[in-house]
Design a binder for this molecule. Structure first.
Ligand SMILES: C[S@@+](CC[C@H](N)C(=O)[O-])C[C@H]1O[C@@H](n2cnc3c(N)ncnc32)[C@H](O)[C@@H]1O
Length: 335
């Protein structure tokens, strides 16, 4: 059977508009559909890393082990018990490895519509779905998370892992999530926050000290820290009207207030933000991860004096304050 033959017909029931199979225009996308009004629409706000570079991106960023733990914590925080026949909308699912697949570990009977703006990333998920015989439980639909072509009140759970910070206007996606949920349903997002400013401060201190005291610093590490400072600076605040945001993948660092206001405007009953990491050494752990992922350097690439301002952040704040100064967090919205 070809992937197109295996495309689950059940997906259409969740949409207010007809779905068109992308395989009609490109055979390798058979089985992935798109809402008719979005056929041929320009893909604004994502770069080649999510399109032509999808395979490389997919291999580099897979952390599903911690996503199972985070989703479990998020559900427990609001007393949500995912069970049997759960209908799930995954916004910006990419290849699904950090969102749908962890969810299916928690609740294997769930049925999910996996959406993304990138047909290339969805193709990876579609291949996996066909290979594993999961076409009755996962359907791939290429759509912009800021659009809302779903029939209202159809889903028990909306999830979006690392999607909102890519959107020019995340409020549109939060409103779409609210409309798509059944009464009593839950939306769970995971995104970066302005708490990352702590790392920016530490990096600035390190670079200034190296310059002032003529201390040696690995040039790759120095370049990476400067790039992080520039990137984090560009993403703070809520004004995303500048043209550059159309071409930047990472657009936002959020605050709790943003989500409290957005939740109220979208009509959610409540919102909870759960920080991912509040351990005694969380800043050190984040910096270690950033170096490994961002420039393939191990912690010993930084000399001991450079770790001092990083460790100072960890020593300065209590666990409770770290939870308030979220770097990355799960946002749990109850309808
Ligand atoms: C950081 S990846 C996260 C993917 C997946 N949820 C995960 O955690 O691995 C961000 C995803 O958002 C998608 N994306 C970016 N802008 C989007 C938009 N406007 N609508 C839908 N998806 C979008 C990208 O194609 C990419 O798959």
């Amino acid at each position: 059977m070809s992937p197109a033959d295996e495309r689950p017909s059940w997906a259409a029931d969740f949409f207010a508009v007809p779905l068109v199979d992308l395989g009609e225009g490109d055979p390798k996308l058979k089985g992935i559909s798109t809402p008719e009004p979005e056929v041929g629409a320009e893909k604004i706000g994502i770069s080649e890393q999510f399109l032509a570079g999808a395979e490389i991106y997919d291999t580099r960023y897979t952390h599903s082990s911690y996503m199972v733990e985070l989703l479990t914590r998020a559900f427990a925080a609001v007393g949500f018990r995912p069970s049997g026949s759960l209908d799930v909308l995954d916004m910006g699912s990419g290849s699904g490895k950090n969102s749908l697949l962890p969810l299916l570990q928690i609740t294997p009977q769930a049925r999910a519509i996996a959406t993304d703006l990138s047909p290339d990333l969805l193709e990876i998920l579609q291949r996996y779905t066909v290979k594993e015989g999961l076409t009755d439980s996962i359907a791939c639909v290429c759509t912009d998370a800021m659009n809302s072509h779903f029939r209202p009140g159809k889903f028990d759970l909306v999830m979006g892992i690392a999607i909102l910070h890519h959107l020019i206007d995340p409020l549109q996606a939060i409103k779409a999530a609210h409309a798509a949920l059944k009464p009593g349903g839950l939306a769970v997002f995971f995104d970066p926050f302005e708490g990352f400013g702590l790392i920016s401060m530490a990096f600035r201190t390190i670079l200034e000290r190296a310059d002032r005291d003529r201390l040696e610093l690995n040039p790759t590490a120095a370049k990476f820290m400067q790039a992080m400072i520039t990137d984090l600076d560009a993403r703070k605040g809520t004004d995303k009207t500048a043209d550059r945001f159309r071409y930047m993948d990472d657009k936002w660092l959020f605050t709790r207030t943003y989500f409290e206001d957005a939740a109220a405007e979208a009509g959610f009953r409540s919102v909870k933000v759960i920080a991912r990491n509040t351990s005694d050494t969380s800043t050190r752990e984040y910096v270690t991860d950033l170096f490994r992922l961002g420039c393939q350097l191990e912690p010993d690439a930084l000399p001991p004096w450079a770790w001092e301002p990083i460790d100072l952040m960890d020593q300065t704040f209590s666990t409770e304050m770290k939870a308030d100064l979220v770097m990355e967090g799960v946002i749990v919205l109850s309808k």
